[in-house]
Structures are given as structure tokens and as C-alpha cells.
Design a protein around this ligand. Sequence first.
Ligand code: M6R
Length: 634
Amino acid sequence: MCGIFGVIGSRESSSLILDGLRRLEYRGYDSAGLATIQYSRNNQFGELFTRKSKGKLINLSNLLQKKPIQGHLGIGHTRWATHGKPNETNAHPHLDFSGQIAVVQNGIIENYRDLSKSLQLKGIKLISETDTEIIPQLIGLEIENMLGKGLLANGKTLLSAVQKVLTLLDGTYSIAVIWSKAPDALVVARSQAPLVLGFGEGEFFCASDTPALVGFTRTVLPLEDNEVALLTPLGIELYDENGNRQRRAPSLFKGTELFADKKSFRHFMLKEIYEQPETAQLWIDRYLPSDSPSENSVAFPITKSLVEKIDQIQIIACGTSRHAAMVGAYLLEQFAGVRTNVYFASEFRYSPPPVSSNTLTIGVSQSGETADTLAALRMEKERRDLIEDSNFSFHQLGITNRLDSSLAREMDNVIDIGSGIEIGVAATKTFLGQMLAFYGLTLLFASNKQKRSTKEILELSNDLRLVPKQLVDLIKKHDALSKEIAHMFVETKDVIFLGRGINYPIALEGALKLKEISYIHAQGYPAGELKHGPIALLDQHVPVISIAVPGVVYEKVLSNSQEAKARDARLIGVAPNGSESAIFDELFSIPKVSEWISPLLTVIPLQLFSYHIAAHKGLDVDQPRNLAKSVTVE
Ligand code: M6R
């Protein structure tokens, strides 16, 4: 979750680090800090300086204006608190007992309690409540030991000390370490949390994510798991976990739009909602072109033979990605006839062991770095690899917005949703992109398995091609309406979202969006469940938002909505305008479309409704409290 940025070279590092951290702030923004080493000519060693501040990066930037620090070597960090409150003491970098070694970490050191105890027994006093602080303390002890044995104070000694300490750590993390006595060395390491190296002109970088590097260099090299690197002004040395030197060529990062610009929008989230027609159009042009040899074929990078083999699908994801997966599961089962289960990634480890070799495991993650999702996918691969049956093969597919992510690197097959970089913590356009990926998979499976007639497949394809235009109209209409009514919900404490069938996941997504950015308690339910408990909550203070789309569950959803209205709830409909919609106190009208494609449209008013309530309340829409865009801890 946290963001790491480090640099070594010939320029003053603190402003470069601030620039890098600015592009990583989406990963965490409860506190920030940096440490630099200033080399002194009179003294062969350097001097270590740190600055930390609570809250957003702007506070650190203001502090640096007042109290600047120098040095051509430095590391910085934006924090998303795991252990210990977000305050200055717990902010990174953390130092060792001598105050000469500084460390920033992203992730969690799972055995930090045991390691803290052993440090305390050695008389080391820990200052912070974090799991990270044990790392510089352990490195400090190791260095003391090495210097005692006559080793020189330099980068190689720092590297060896870090390598030694890494063998003591359990967990998922990446770190960057500097030492005042090695002013020409930056040591970094990775264990399942992302870290990318950047090769500049006479300067070298490390960062938690590629976009942070692109302002400085496009020549990048992602660290692999358990690798350690020594960065000096002259170059980078890479080592595996056994200390063997690795030689891998960096690659040129080709992404074009890594610098996000808010344009004239007040928030990134609103801009990203408005970008959805483009997301849909690009997706259609790329994967469902109308001039393709067969008009209904999907141009996914997945072989026909793989599709033919599969008779079961399991999908692993978190948060909004899981909601997209649920829409996908409905489509794959109901339209394409393939048995599909969706799992919370964090609960997947308790799922039954694999029984069929013809299962496709799909990981869905916008960022491609979600630790829960990656851990579940790795566990599934491991347990399938253990099966000693040569016919038992493992098929996996990743759906992501980031082709440079761990998920994309680890999966055999990848669908790029191509939504473009999403800055708002609340996922919007990437949700649409993920759902579209599932529509594509559904068409692929339905036509290959011959579960649907050509006419039905063609109808779905053609309906999808109309979506971009429908989205343009919907966004315009509901932006205005949501803005107009947002003030009515500012004092609201609870909202219930109802949906059924293919729109049940949209009820969940609507509730998640509202919770995330407006801090209003919201719950999504299958409409039929209302009477089994949640109805007890209803009165005139609890609005109910009901997604009612003509199709197999329309009448039932309308009846469930009536039950809410009879309990004085203010009833808001997401439905086509017509005589039936008269029951709603407010109507977010949507065009009359086939129920199959309706989730692509019904989600739009819910995104805008949440956005305008949060904006009206003056909240930080793009960086809501306690959240981070990329959740890299389990
Ligand atoms: O990057 P991922 O799609 O794997 O992220 C999963 C969730 O953390 C994410 O969808 C989260 O729920 C968003 N903040 C939703 O708006």
C-alpha cells in the first residue's frame, strides 16, 4: 500500500523524491517522510537527514521548504498505516539505534513481534509502534558486528548486512535502505511487494510503481521476488536470494499516459466517470470490431483450444473487482453455460482443493498488485502443481488495467482492460473495463461451447456496440440530476441498495462507492433478502435505491421496492421511465435495454450519486480517508 521512492545520482535528491512520491500518493497518504545523505568532503562519510510529517504529502513539502535538506542520495515514503497510528513517529523512514541507517518499507513484517522482543533483549529501545523499525535496528546490529570483524564501512558492507537481515524477515514487503557511512549506496529488496528500478542518465532510482519513474526515465527493471539490488552512482548490481549476481536487461516502458491530468474536472473521479464512453469504445474497437471476419468474434489473446478445454471457472478478486467478477459469473453461467464461482481473494485459501483439471482460474485486479488476490492465485498454482497427474494442468487468466503489474507478469494469459490510468481511489472506469472483459469472455465461451444461437450472440455483440453512445447520454443526464439532489442526502446516515440477478452486484457496487467516498453507511442486498432482516432498519430516514430493469426479475424487484416504500423509506429507482417507475420518489432513468447489458448502464447513476454527495460534503473524493488505491498488504 505504501509508496517508496529512492534516488542516487548527481542531483539534489529531496525535490526528485517529492516528485516521485507525488505520483505514488495514491498508495497511501496518512503521513510521509524522507531521508537524505549529504556527502561531506572533509569527512569520508556522509551525514543523514530526515524529515517527516503527518497527513498528505503537501505537509512534507511545506516542511521541506522551511527546513530543506541536501544530498544526492535519498529515500522517501508515503504511508498507509498498518502498525501504529498515522503520526510523525510512525512515519517512515525509520532509523537504527545509531541514527545512521534509514529504512522505508512497503508491506508487513509478519514476525516483527518476535524480532522486537529479541532486539529488546539486546538492549535496543524501539521508538515507533511500527513493524518496520525492527529492520534498521537489525541492520544496525549486523553492521556493528561486521565492522567489529574488520569489514570496511562501504556499500558492499551495507549490502551484506541487508542480505543477512532479510533471512530473518517473514512477510510481504519491499524496502529501501541507506547508511550515512556508505554515501554512494542505496540498497533495495523485494519480497512479494512491488519495486521497480529505473535507469537514468548518471542516476538510478527505485519506486513502488512505474508511473513514479516515468518523469525521470523510461528504462525500467522490475525486481523479482527475493532479489536485492545495490544502486550506486555508477550502476546497479542485482542479486538473487542466495547472493548470486543476476544479469537481466532493463526494458523500455511504453505506457503513454502515465501523467494524469484532471483537465477541467474538479476531481479525478468525475473525470474518470466521464471517460467511460471512451473506455467502452476503445474496448469495442480492440476486442469486438464490427469489421472482424466473424462479426461476433472477440479478439482476446486466448486460444480457442484453451476455451474448449474449460468446463469450470473460478474467479478471485477483491472490492470493486469482485463485483465485476460477479457480473461476469452471472453472464458466464447464465449466457454461456459455464459453471463459475467467485471468491473473495482473502477467503480463497479456505476454499475446497481443486478437483477438476478443466478449471480456469481468473484473477481480476485493476492494479494487478492487490496482495490478497496475488496470494490466492499463487496458492492455487502451488496446490495444483502438487497434483501428480499429468492430465491435471493449470489454466490461469489475469484481467487487469496494468500490463506492467505483478498479476500480468505472473499469469499465463492476460486481458488488458485498457481503461487508462485511474487516479481516484474509487474505481469507476476500470470497473466498466473489467465488466466488458467478462462480456468478451462470455461471447467467447458461448460461441465456442455452442450454448447460444448465432442470433443471440450477435444480439449481445450488437447491444454492446451501442453502449458507448448510451453512456455519453446517461453520464450527462445523471451528473446534472445527482448534483441537484445531493444536498438532500448530506445528513443521511444509512442507505440500502437493492438489486437482483445480474444487477445484484451493481447494488453492492453502488453501496461500496457511497461508503468509500461519502462515509455514509450503505449496504447492498439481493432485493429478495430485504424482508429477511434488513427491512427492520427502514423508516423515513433510510433511503432505498432499487435497480429495476425489465427482464426476468423486474416484477419481483418492483414488489420488493413496494415493500420498502410501505415502511416509509424514500425510494429511489434506477429504472427505465414508464408507468411502473411512478412508485419511485426519485428516478435515475436508464434506457430500455436488454437485461444482459444493463449493469454497464445501471452503475452510472450510482457512481454519480456517490460522487456528488461526497463533493457536496466537501470531502476528499479522490483520496478518501483510510483507503489506498493499491492494497499491497494481505
Ligand atoms: O486493484 P484491485 O482491483 O485489485 O483492487 C481491489 C480493491 O481494493 C478495489 O476495487 C477497492 O475496492 C476500490 N477502492 C473500489 O473503489
